[in-house]
Structure formats: C-alpha cells, structure tokens
Write a protein that binds this ligand. Sequence first.
Ligand SMILES: [Zn+2]
Ligand SMILES: [Zn+2]
Length: 324
Amino acid sequence: MPNSTDEHGPGQRGVEQYFAVDSSNRPQEYNSLRSATIVYLQKYVQSSGKKLYAILVFAAISVPAGLFFGFTAPWIWNNISYFLPIIFAYVLLLCVISLYRSAGSDPGVLPRNIHIETSESEKKDPGSSNVAPLSVTVNCRQYDEDRPVYLPINYCTVCRIWRPARAIHCRECDSCIDFMDHHCVWLNNCIGVRNYRYFFCLILSLSFLGYLMTSLCFLHVFILKRQKSSTTIAAIRLAPVSFALAVYGIVGSIYPTALSLYHIFLMSRGENTIEFLRSQRVTKLERRRPYDTRNIQRNILYVLCAPKRISYTRSPGIVEAREC
Ligand SMILES: [Zn+2]
Ligand SMILES: [Zn+2]
C-alpha cells in the first residue's frame, strides 16, 4: 500500500490512502474490511465482484448490432435513407455508454468507519455500544399530522456507520449504498443514487434499440419482397440475417420495456424498488411514501436530473486530516 503521508506531507492524507488499490485490484481499506468492491483500469471501472456478467450483456448488444451493420445497414443506407443507420448508431452508442456507467461506476457507496473501536466489548460484539434503534420523524404534509411518518436511521454493524434513511447494506457489494434501488446481477453492480439515471437510460435505450432494429430489419425483408414480387418465404431467404435480427429485436426488447415502464411507475410515485416491495408487506392504509412530492414530473426530475452526488470512494481531491 503506498504511503500517502509521505506523498502529501505530514498532517495530510490523500483520499487514496483509504481506498488505495493493491496488486489484487482491491482498495486496501475495503479489502481489510471485507468489502467486495473491485476496481479495474486504475479506478475507471468498479464492480462488486468477479462475475462480469456485464460482458455478456455487452455481447448481447454488440453482436446483433455488428450483424445489423454488416448485413442490413448497407442495404438501408443505399435503398432507403442514410439517416436511419445513423439513428441506430446513435441509440447504440447511448446503450453502450449507459452500460459502462451503470455497471462500472460507483453506485453511491458510503464509506465505512475505518476508525474501529478496539475495546474488548467491541471485539466480542461489533457495534454493541451503539446499536440502539434510532428513528427520525419526518413532517410529511401528504398524510394526517396525527400519523407522522417515521424514517428509520439504522446502524450498520458491518460498515459501522449510521446510514441515511434510504441507504441499505448490500450483501453482494458488502457496502452500504445510498438510495439503493436493487442489486443488478446482470450488471454485477448495485443501482443506487449515483448510477440510477444511467441504469434507466440503459433500459430505455435498449428498448428503443430493439424496436428500431426490428422495424428496419422487417422493412428490409418487406421491400425485398415487393421489389422481387416474391413470397414472404423467398424474401426471408434473400435476407435471413435481417429476419433473424427482427425476431431477436422483438424478444430482446420485451424485458427492458417492461423494466422501463416499471421504473417510470416507481419514479412517478417517489419510490424505488426496495421501498415499493417493502410497502407491499403492509396493508394499503399503512403504506407511506414520504418522498412523494405529489407531482409526477417533479418526482421523476428529482431522480433523473438532480445534481449528481460526489463519489466518496473516488474523490479526485486531497483531504486534510484534522485533529479532533
Ligand atoms: Zn453497511
Ligand atoms: Zn450491491
């Protein structure tokens, strides 16, 4: 582990001291605290484990897109319009960038408490001195003032921090994630406060990409059929790749479309996935949505357009240690 004190001078600590990367590609302090976070390419890509399913997702996007550009796009460029393949390329680029940002960026990891108590009682039962349940009462105008909403602020015994109300400890990432929506097994990353907008952009652009590919490939087969005055089967034989891509586009866009609609529904209610699932455990009368502004546009803008929170694990600056 590099000695940041030497690098920044006495009395100063680089942020990288807490998250320095060792030869196993794990941030040192995270490693010692059993976090599952792994960084690649000098912190430019971050993942919660070694199961890089995101590569499979990338292949599921790039292989059919490559076939489209190899077999269908040249014909559409020459016979219909050059504008359509350019639109396809733009949506594809949006997909790939969103995939990279949602799968490889910090979802909103909350730093662990690295100043761990070493008393005997702490060793026996970590967090035992500070685990009393704490709740904060939120004055929520939406509901009856006689029945206020209680937001629990819990102590995480793994990270040893009091985490914010919408933060949850993810077992896969082994970290507390702010505004944790869910842990995505396909991206192998949590979807949280910092990458939710990229995740939503990914599923939305994937849906559009599927529709666009299906439309253009069917158009290819249909126009071939008219030009040759042949049967549908004969036209499919003339452009088998386009027909296969059209079917793939239909099948492949079902899941991202359903997911996009579901997340639009959640955002409009001022909820995330975990909050929605938890609310289903109680009766309708007991359900509360404390983050609902009662304005659908405002709820959606709050999630997608709010200023992006800084990454506590990848701060570009240097912090100065203060003696307390
Ligand atoms: Zn935690
Ligand atoms: Zn996670």
